[in-house]
Design a protein around this ligand. Structure first.
Ligand SMILES: NC(=O)c1ccc[n+]([C@@H]2O[C@H](COP(=O)([O-])OP(=O)(O)OC[C@H]3O[C@@H](n4cnc5c(N)ncnc54)[C@H](OP(=O)(O)O)[C@@H]3O)[C@@H](O)[C@H]2O)c1
Length: 281
């Protein structure tokens, strides 16, 4: 497992252990994916049955100014991991993103839709997908969206922090997507690795919302006395352009006979409950 203790990497390790798998989670210091020799050494020493690569440059706005650094992790590194897996004859799982799409869709996007990233981050993740497909015959590429889990940083924790500092939260209401809790995604990914043939899969919590409605749901769930105000993307300019619509149709997953992941609101409730049971950080 590469990309621990990230949000998803951390939950994948915990979920795998809970299911009785032997999981080895490597931090960036233990295995930097941009270092091909380190990746080969790790695969050679650990001899895993499969590698899940959740290591990534995930700072979407910073990637605009540092695209080469993001490309090194998200694309070159992904290719090095895929090549090491292919050489060892094992399955390679790469985690990708809804940001490989341009946001012009108006209904849930199936897996075979042409990618057209509009941000540097999206481009580097798309290049990562291409490298994994080229270099690892037994690949499973999982595109997911609007992830949150563990100690973040993520949108849920940011909204809760800002709500304790400000009387009003202004949140964009014209970007549509499916927030996805890593606690729901991790078991689905492990199942997919078991039962799915090689290919590209969309895996997200079900339903659709906007950042504004998501923020409103977070604030209402916590009963924080703060007003959430809808604004447009034009009123909140960011270095990276986000897709206006990036809901992913989990068709290939459903075609395996697997049940859809729970609705995004159920994911939010479960995440907030997990924060409560974990206590203060
Ligand atoms: N977050 C989202 O909204 C979202 C949405 C769709 C898809 N995804 C994808 O889902 C995956 C997991 O995302 P996440 O939110 O869990 O990310 P995250 O919390 O930022 O974790 C990323 C992990 O990768 C590690 N890492 C960074 N550079 C590395 C390198 N060169 N070698 C090895 N490890 C390295 C980080 O280590 P350090 O902490 O030491 O930097 C961190 O542990 C990523 O592939 C991401 O692109 C994320």
């Amino acid at each position: 497992m590469l990309g621990t203790p990230g949000q998803l990497g951390g939950d994948l390790v915990d979920e795998g252990i809970r299911q009785g798998h032997e999981m080895v989670g490597l931090t960036q210091a233990e295995c930097d994916v941009t270092d091909g020799a380190a990746v080969e050494r790790a695969v050679g020493e650990i001899r895993p049955q499969a590698v899940i690569n959740a290591a990534a440059w995930t700072r979407v706005d910073a990637a605009e100014e540092h695209e080469a650094a993001a490309e090194a992790v998200n694309a070159t590194g992904a290719g090095l991991v895929a090549a090491a897996c292919a050489a060892a004859g094992i399955r390679c799982c790469y985690v990708s993103t809804d940001y490989v799409f341009d946001g012009t869709a108006t209904s849930p996007i199936p897996e075979n839709t042409m990618a057209a990233p509009r941000s540097a981050y999206g481009r580097t993740k798309w290049h990562g997908e291409v490298a994994v497909r080229e270099r690892s015959p037994d690949h499973v590429i999982v595109r997911t969206s609007w992830l949150y889990g563990r100690q973040g940083p993520n949108f849920v924790l940011t909204m809760l922090r800002l709500a304790s500092e400000r009387p009003e939260l202004r949140v964009v209401a014209d970007q549509h997507g499916a927030p996805t809790w890593t606690g729901h995604l991790a078991p689905a990914m492990l199942r997919l690795l078991d039962v799915g043939p090689p290919g590209t899969y969309h895996l997200t919590n079900s339903g659709v919302t906007t950042w504004y409605d998501f923020a409103d749901a977070i604030i209402r769930a916590r009963g924080v006395p703060v007003e959430v105000v809808p604004i447009t993307s034009a009123e909140y300019p960011t270095p990276a352009v986000r897709p206006a619509y990036s809901v992913l149709d989990n068709r290939a997953w459903r075609d395996l006979g697997e049940p859809p992941l729970p609705d995004w609101q159920a994911g939010l409730d479960a995440y907030l409950a997990s924060l409560d049971s974990a206590g203060p950080p």
